[in-house]
Design a protein around this ligand. Structure first.
Ligand code: GTP
Length: 596
């Protein structure tokens, strides 16, 4: 174990994590130039396109250090987005050290601090790396000051590097070997393996990526998952080199994968502990908690997609995404569909995009919402995951909503704009501090529902892209919230109902009907749109009918031809949903997102 080092790279998005990981693999000979794709650690296309990492993976590297010894380095990838914060914490728990990467042209940003704290919580040895020093606008001195003032680390320890130009790579590897402690553990004790990632492999079944803390696991070992007690027989153990490579055994200190012909990826819960069924460990690795969705939305089939198609696609998709939850729901307006739970908004977008792209599914997605807790006058507590199911106000004592603790880092020129935006979002200021002469760190408690809708975009706009933002769930607090319904030609469309703060209800109601008027195409009859709270109409608008002569233009009175034309037009318009006689486009369902 003296010659093993387990580490992660932590950084704000775009500070160059994947590029550096590639470079480390290349330098240690794990990849040949020719087999190198864009970025090896990000496997899925969609991740590559968006430049973000969703799935964690672990690569085994061989490195002969200057001290003449051969080391085994396990580079454990962490997802770069706040939605996957728990997964980040589990992969850090598998390490003894972390490279904290800071872009020399950007400096410390919100996720730099968030991941830094996570690494400290895990007691990791942190090696600061100032990256992208090849760029002319790199300001190494400023970053060093920040490292000292904000993180309290020794700036002289920082390694100057460029993943792109290949500068500082050897220094980084030497620092990993010399500064990060080797893993501790006892291979003679009962098996204790922490799961920090999983994926579904068509040949191996659900595969667990693990860090072995104690004991040993090999083909034939009967393993038990400690949170559920389920047992399986190991078919293969190994590590990514970066290809999946089979090994005889994984022992205390090692990082690698375990396959055991497990059919359902949901059996492999991130944070859970694998032990030996015949000789089980007494205690699991601490810190396990089941993935909990924070955001819900309805997914409904549209166009030529049938309910069954969507169900099959969700089943297949979720084999590779244990964090997604879904249950059937029926909406009077949209028919049969699913209420899906996501870790956050980005997770939702990814799921939606992949369903459409990989499974050829056409979807209508309802506006996402947080989970509300309702205390009834009888003292019962209910969890409301769908605004349409909010109980009648007459039985409600109070409604509680989730709050996040947000950190925003911004150049001081934009502080005023940020404060104004956060106040509009009902934020409560908790801290205001300068992290260097030109940069401010703000901390706020904000209702989570307020950041679901376009907050990030607005923050970027208000600060010309300079501010960064990170958050974590904090607590539930009572709020003066009301349910708003949308009526189309007098009928409530349940899928459009949402929860809004009382003080904002009028403005949001007004904006939403205006927005819907823009996106609902004109039809053969008038469409009336109303925003209502209970029986009170808050705002209304109408979409005028198509004038008769528009239709008359197409060939006199040939009614079948006209119908055909209309049919054709309909087919051309994707993602429309027929509600009674009215056709609503996808945008209408999301107009709530733009209503502020
Ligand atoms: P996420 O996966 O989104 O967290 O991003 P990342 O941190 O992995 O960053 P990535 O490696 O994808 O790099 C982001 C951008 O910065 C890309 O356009 C890279 O080409 C560029 N980049 C990365 N490292 C360097 C560097 O050392 N110098 C320069 N000039 N550009 C770099």
């Amino acid at each position: 174990m003296d010659y093993i080092r387990n580490f992660s790279i932590i950084a704000h998005v775009d500070h160059g994590k994947s590029t550096l990981a590639d470079r480390l693999m290349e330098f240690t000979g794990a990849v040949e130039e020719r087999e190198k794709k864009d970025q090896l650690l990000d496997t899925l296309d969609i991740e590559r396109e968006r430049g973000i990492t969703i799935k964690l993976q672990a690569v085994r590297l061989k490195y002969r250090a200057d001290d003449g010894n051969d080391y085994t380095l396990h580079l454990i990838d962490t997802p770069g987005h706040v939605d996957f914060g728990y997964e980040v914490s589990r992969s850090l728990a598998a390490c003894e050290g972390a490279l904290l990467l800071i872009d020399a042209t950007q400096g410390i940003e919100a996720q730099t601090i968030a991941t830094f704290w996570q690494a400290l919580e895990q007691d990791l040895e942190i090696i600061p790396v100032i990256n992208k020093i090849d760029l002319p606008s790199a300001d190494v001195e400023r970053i060093k000051e920040q490292i000292s003032d904000v993180l309290g680390l020794d700036p002289d320890e920082a390694i100057l590097a460029s993943g792109k130009a290949g500068i500082g790579i050897k220094d980084i590897l030497e620092a990993i070997v010399n500064k990060i402690p080797p893993p501790e553990g006892d291979e003679n004790k009962p098996l204790k393996a922490l799961i920090f990632d999983s994926y579904y492999d068509p040949y191996r079944g659900a595969v667990a990526f693990v860090r072995i803390f104690d004991g040993e696991v090999k083909k034939g070992t009967r393993i038990r998952l400690m949170s559920t007690g389920k047992e399986f027989e190991v078919t293969e153990v190994g590590a990514q080199t970066p290809q999946m490579t089979q090994f005889e055994t994984l022992k205390a200190g090692d990082v690698g994968y375990i396959a055991a012909a497990i059919k359902d990826v949901r059996d492999i819960r991130i944070g859970d502990t694998i032990t030996d069924a015949k000789n089980p460990a007494k205690e699991p690795v601490p810190g396990f908690r089941p993935a909990k969705p924070m955001v819900y939305a309805g997914l409904y089939p549209t166009g030529s997609t049938l309910f069954e198609d969507l169900r099959d696609a969700l089943e297949k998709y979720s084999i590779n995404d244990a964090a997604l939850t879904y249950e059937m729901e029926s909406s009077p307006a949209l028919g049969l569909g699913f209420r899906c739970g996501f870790l956050g908004l980005l997770h939702m977008e990814i799921v939606q995009e992949r369903l459409e792209r990989e499974y050829d599914i056409e979807l209508i997605t309802t506006a996402p919402n947080v989970i509300y807790k309702v205390v009834t006058k009888k003292g019962e507590e209910l969890e409301v995951r769908n605004p349409a199911q909010m109980p009648d106000p007459s039985v409600i004592d109070k409604i509680l909503e989730p709050y996040i603790e947000a950190s925003i880092i911004t150049p001081n020129d934009f502080v005023g704009a940020v404060i104004q935006l956060v106040q509009e979002k009902r934020g409560i200021q908790k801290a205001f501090e300068y992290i260097d002469k030109k940069t401010v760190l703000l901390r706020y408690d904000i209702p989570m529902a307020e950041v679901l809708f376009d907050f990030h975009d607005k923050l970027k706009t208000a600060t010309r892209g300079y501010a960064s933002f990170d958050y974590e769930f904090k607590d539930y607090r009572p709020g003066e919230l009301v349910k708003m319904d949308i009526k189309i030609n007098g009928e409530i469309v349940d899928a459009l109902s949402f929860i809004v703060h009382k003080d904002k209800a009028y403005r949001v109601g007004r904006n939403i009907v205006d927005k819907m008027r823009e996106v609902i195409p004109r039809q053969l009859f008038e469409v009336r749109i109303q925003a209502v709270i209970g029986s009170k109409v808050v705002a209304s608008a109408r979409v005028a009918p198509l004038r008769k002569d528009v239709l008359a233009k197409c060939y006199g009175g040939d009614i079948t031809r006209k119908k055909k034309l209309l049919e054709k037009q309909k087919k051309g318009k994707k993602r429309m949903k027929q509600l009674g006689k009215v056709e609503l486009p996808q945008e209408a369902f999301l107009s709530i997102l733009k209503a502020e």
